[in-house]
Ligand binder design. Structure first.
Ligand SMILES: NC(=O)c1ccc[n+]([C@@H]2O[C@H](COP(=O)([O-])OP(=O)(O)OC[C@H]3O[C@@H](n4cnc5c(N)ncnc54)[C@H](O)[C@@H]3O)[C@@H](O)[C@H]2O)c1
Length: 366
């Protein structure tokens, strides 16, 4: 087993890459050795800013022998091809969500990794943040009694107002379910365990949308996926969730509530790493804030955790298995909406153990 920092290459130098770069260049566990993009000038600009030795196209980073993990930050339609290319080059892969466009592609990636003795990790890693980790500990210590039900909602007018290239967010592999659903579903699976079956309705308010910012502002594009999805989710534990995912609401809002036999937990926004985490029992007049413990370092935590797990020879937490189960749940939600019937899940995934205290060396200074 090798020692020292784990060499990392980033593929996809777009919008989200700066959050990863800010984090991955500050943790001592990893060293960013290369960055690639179809638009090589974009990769070169990031390399200059973050002092990364190699920049170029995909091959330029896959051939670097010291790179052990390829971090795949491309758009969803490219996730599978880039992940398979990285595995073929003998690299572990960690990708942005969703794992792939459909479960069959995801299964292929996990099988390929298994056959080569390589790892697949996947976003979201927000469930490793102090907010969701503290919520998991609250459930595990019985603060709300036995979990019975969840209610989740994420709704707003859609990302075309702020994202300069939002077209992919309305294509296969995105929409509110595939783009934001992974945060909510990964948090639910981390809190309540695997999903057993789902039922859903899905629709879209508009066939075309208009880009609201950046050089393409004013350009119209087509909407290819449902933009308002309502799902009933039954977990293997017997708990159930009513969950809404929408880009069709003029009113923004996000919530996850878990109700148990003794109290309800209001879990922080799972698209963030922090709080607030609130609890309220039937006997209490108002919500009470619970203390948070853990890291709020931000996107890239899952990569750092995977790097440490590689060096320690133990399983990593933001796993391909969870990402595939979540992808399966999303595909089943869409199928159920089309068929008008419950869909049972064939995949499953275990809950990752909570991170130990002091896991993030920067925790105290955050
Ligand atoms: N933007 C956000 O706020 C956000 C937040 C969390 C997660 N994500 C996820 O991150 C991923 C990327 O999103 P983004 O907003 O950064 O998109 P983006 O369009 O801004 O950037 C994607 C980059 O990938 C490059 N790319 C595409 N295909 C490629 C390929 N085959 N090889 C090399 N480079 C390729 C593009 O040229 C582009 O620079 C998506 O999966 C998205 O769901 C985005």
């Amino acid at each position: 087993m090798s020692a020292g920092p784990v060499g990392v290459a980033i593929v996809g130098a777009g919008n989200i890459s700066t959050q990863y770069l800010n984090n991955l260049t500050r943790f001592p566990d990893v060293r960013v050795l290369g960055i690639a993009d179809l638009e090589t000038a974009r990769a070169a600009a990031a390399a200059r800013e973050y002092d990364i030795p190699t920049a170029g196209g995909l091959d330029s980073v896959l051939t670097l022998p010291e790179v052990e993990i390829v971090v795949n930050l491309t758009t969803p339609a490219a996730h599978a091809a880039v992940a398979l290319a990285a595995l073929a080059a003998g690299k572990h892969v960690y990708g942005e969500k969703p794992l792939t466009l459909d479960p069959a592609e995801g299964e292929k990636i996990l099988a390929e990794a298994d056959a080569r003795g390589l790892r697949v990790g996947n976003a979201p890693d927000t469930f490793l943040g102090a907010g969701i980790q503290s919520a998991i500990r609250a459930l595990d210590t019985g603060l709300i009694g036995t979990p019975i039900a969840a209610a989740t909602a994420v709704q707003g007018p859609g990302p075309e107002s702020w994202h300069p290239s939002p077209e992919f967010l309305y294509q296969r592999g995105a929409g509110p379910l595939y783009d934001l659903g992974p945060y909510y579903l990964t948090a639910l699976v981390s809190l309540l365990g695997p999903v057993a079956k789902v039922a859903a309705t899905a629709r879209r308010a508009r066939e075309r949308r208009v880009i609201g910012s950046g050089p393409k502002a004013g350009t119209e594009f087509a909407v290819e996926v449902p933009t308002h999805v309502t799902a009933l989710i039954e977990f293997a534990s017997g708990a159930g969730s009513a969950s809404t995912f929408s880009f069709d609401s003029p009113v923004g809002g996000r919530m996850i509530e878990i109700t148990g036999t003794e109290a309800t937990l209001s879990v922080p926004d799972p698209n963030t790493f922090g709080g607030p985490l609130l609890i309220r029992a039937a006997t209490e007049a108002d919500w009470r804030e619970l203390p948070l413990h853990g890291t709020e370092a931000g996107r890239g935590l899952g990569v750092v955790e995977m790097a440490r797990a590689i060096r320690a020879g133990v399983p990593h937490r933001a796993s391909g298995a969870v990402a595939l189960h979540v992808l399966d749940v999303m595909a089943a939600i869409i199928d159920s909406a089309a068929e008008g019937a419950f869909r049972s899940l064939t995949s499953t995934a275990g809950r990752a153990p909570v991170l130990p205290p002091g896991w993030d060396p920067y925790e105290a200074t955050l």
